[in-house]
Ligand binder design. Structure first.
Ligand code: IPE
Ligand code: IPE
Ligand code: MG
Length: 242
């Protein structure tokens, strides 16, 4: 750990602005996504050094399928490239890779294979947990959780009256029988947009937000650290009085 700032346990990032960065620099959107991937690598390292336990990135939403086949295919090729070039180092650094989203659904086979390999390789690691939200949409996630609970009722495992926030949260992608991923303390969105775009709607109930004009490929570890430091000075009340 670098210094004694009140480090958030979980930081989530909406990595936005690759397309605008590409336009600004007169290159293809895919080149923008590639630059975005390079920025992401640096943020993973920084989060790890800062002692953040969970880093979640929004990589591909359930709505991003609306984009051209060329762009979508290119994004998943980049994911394969990322796993190919980074997995050994992530593993060496004790990083655990985790996916939020139904990544078997619609995702190209090569990307699914890469993800499976990353999950398997890093399964026992207990350093930074790097969550990739992929084919992720929070409304789909909550709907899926409701359906899973209904099935448990149908099967007689629970009664309708047993449903609690705790039980529902366990069925989300952030749910885990060994203890859920804690809610994000801080959600950062780049590129000047100030919305959630279907990201962690349930989990963001008491998250702090930070918005920056910086386009994602230009986002640096230094800016990340500045935002985290500013977060550390905020008072969070969770509905209480202090
Ligand atoms: C974020 O950058 C990456 C993904 C959504 C996959 P965008 O591609 O949304 O970039 P802009 O918003 O068009 O600039
Ligand atoms: C959100 O960005 C999704 C990701 C960063 C993966 P979008 O660019 O898809 O969101 P909107 O369309 O601007 O809301
Ligand atoms: Mg965008």
């Amino acid at each position: 750990m670098e210094e004694s700032i009140k480090t958030p346990r979980h930081v989530a990032v909406i990595m936005d602005g690759n397309g605008r960065w590409a336009k600004k620099n007169g290159v293809s959107r895919l080149t923008g996504h590639n630059q975005g991937m390079l920025a992401m690598k640096e943020i993973i390292k920084k989060a790890d050094v800062m002692g953040i336990k969970y880093l979640t990135v929004y990589a591909f939403s359930t709505e991003n399928w609306k984009r051209s086949q060329e762009e979508v295919g290119g994004i998943f090729n980049l994911l394969v490239k990322f796993v190919g070039s980074e997995l050994a180092e992530l593993d060496e650094n004790n990083v655990k890779v985790h996916i939020l989203g139904d990544y078997h659904e619609k995702v190209p086979a090569a990307a699914v294979a890469s993800i499976d390999k990353a999950l398997e390789t890093t399964y026992d690691n207990d350093g930074l947990q790097f969550n990739i939200a992929l084919n992720y949409g929070s409304r789909a996630e909550i709907t899926r959780a409701a359906e899973r609970l209904c099935r448990k009722v149908e099967e007689g495992i629970i009664k309708a009256g047993d449903v609690t926030e705790e039980l529902l949260s366990r069925e989300l992608f952030t749910g885990d029988e060994n203890g859920n991923i804690p809610d994000p303390d801080l959600i950062i969105r780049t590129s000047g947009e100030e919305r959630l775009s279907n990201f962690l709607l349930w989990q963001a109930a008491y998250s702090e937000f930070a918005f920056t004009q910086t386009l994602w490929p230009d986002f640096t570890p230094e800016e990340f650290e500045d935002i985290v430091k500013e977060f550390s000075s905020r008072g969070r009340r969770f509905g209480g009085r202090n």
